[in-house]
Design a protein. Structure first.
Length: 420
């Protein structure tokens, strides 16, 4: 008896709440990604894009509400999505063929990510997600209690690292204070080094107004520049500093999906109390964290409680965004016919790559060359304009097609050989 061909997930099997949340994550992540294209040092709280005090305030609000939060949402939904994918493979009783399809899907995501990193933007995160997807596979059969213990174990490693960092920082600062007490004529070379290093860290700095030429003056020179800085060909197939954090939120995504809240948030008796309480707590933690990072970066963190307080701010707020927005969608938006944000989520991969292409054209030398020309405040309307373009193009595309162009290619590459 001939076996029926393997079929991908049908459109009517999609979960509306997850598409909506992916759409929010894709649109929101642009707030931070645009800075990677716009400035030589995007993470600095003082160097670039600061022409007035309002730019410092804008930078604070952008980082307070968005930095790392939409990445967290995206990672959590990635974990949820791949668990659903495996669940459906299992329900179709595909056995080892289901494993092959899962592996092929991740392999092609890795390839798409590498192409994105080397030919469009070296800040790609897709190949990192693909590696996380392979690492996630053993956890799919764990019970929720075990998954929670795994999350706590991974979190304890990051907390332990934070404790070591603050202890090292305190020891270094103590050496600096001791060096200050030594008179000039008796200071050793190490004393001078200690004072110089900490004096720089403790000084409030002025914005850098240096004029820098745009990155990637031509597309070909940009390829060489990317090759020199990219890391995949050097054997670094994931972001080491993000691996545990990514796995933590992806596993949380599996636990949340199993709880049933993405189908019906009311399965949690105190859903709104839990979600809003976590949101308020997370907002407070992030306010303290990003206020310090923006306005008090020259004041070192030397207390253990504050260092631990700053370990998971973006992950907590990202998860709270998921919970609150999931409830909002199901309670108020689920019945709407015009679901443009969900459409963005259906084409999440295509829209993510589209953003990189547009940003490269705006800021790199082979395009408009607007590198380091806009203030932090002036980036906001550019974000809004790109949103409008994405919303319009997504709406027009889905009027004629069932999925985005990159999603179509990804699906074709994943399933093609299994149907021969």
């Amino acid at each position: 008896m001939q076996q029926s061909p393997v079929q991908p997930t049908l459109q009517n099997e999609r979960k509306g709440s997850l598409d909506f949340l992916r759409g929010i994550a894709i649109l929101g992540i642009l707030f931070i990604n645009i800075e990677n294209f716009a400035y030589p040092d995007p993470w600095s709280p003082y160097k670039f894009g600061f022409s007035s005090e309002i730019d410092h305030s804008v930078r604070f609000w952008v980082y307070f509400l968005t930095q790392g939060k939409f990445y967290t949402m995206f990672a959590l939904l990635f974990g949820t999505g791949f668990y659903i994918f495996l669940e459906r493979m299992e329900s179709k009783k595909l056995g080892i063929k289901g494993m092959d399809i899962y592996s092929r899907r991740l392999l092609w995501l890795f390839v798409i990510g590498v192409i994105h990193a080397y030919f469009i933007w070296d800040g790609d995160v897709l190949y990192h997600y693909a590696i996380c997807g392979f690492l996630l596979f053993p956890f799919r059969s764990f019970k929720n209690v075990t998954l929670v213990l795994v999350v706590l174990f991974f979190a304890s490693l990051l907390l332990s690292n934070a404790i070591n960092q603050v202890n090292d920082r305190k020891a270094s600062y103590a050496q600096y204070e001791q060096s200050l007490m030594v008179t000039d004529d008796l200071r050793t070379a190490q004393d001078v080094k200690n004072i110089s290093r900490w004096s720089s860290k403790l000084r409030q700095k002025e914005a850098d107004t240096t004029v820098y030429p745009p990155k990637k003056s031509t597309y070909l020179s940009g390829l060489k520049e990317t090759y020199d800085h990219a890391s995949v060909h050097k054997g670094m197939w994931y972001y080491q500093g993000l691996l545990l954090r990514s796995l933590i939120v992806m596993i949380i995504g599996i636990v949340l999906y199993r709880s049933g809240i993405f189908d019906n948030f009311r399965v949690w008796k105190y859903y709104w109390l839990i979600s809003l309480s976590l949101l308020i707590l997370s907002l407070y933690i992030n306010y303290v964290r990003y206020y310090h990072w923006t306005f008090e970066y020259f004041d070192p963190v030397l207390t253990l409680w504050k260092e631990l307080f700053f370990v998971f701010p973006k992950e907590l707020l990202g998860v709270s965004y998921i919970l609150v927005l999931n409830g909002v969608y199901q309670k108020f938006l689920k019945g709407m016919k015009f679901k443009i944000i969900s459409s963005i989520g259906k084409m999440a991969l295509s829209n993510y790559l589209f953003q990189s292409i547009v940003l490269g054209f705006i800021f790199y030398g082979y395009g408009l060359g607007k590198f380091n020309e806009y203030t932090r405040t002036e980036l906001l309307p550019i974000v809004g304009l790109i949103w409008i373009v994405q919303l319009l193009l997504t709406w027009l595309w889905l009027r004629r097609h069932k999925q985005g162009p990159v999603e179509w290619l990804w699906r074709k590459l994943t399933y093609h050989s299994f149907n021969k």
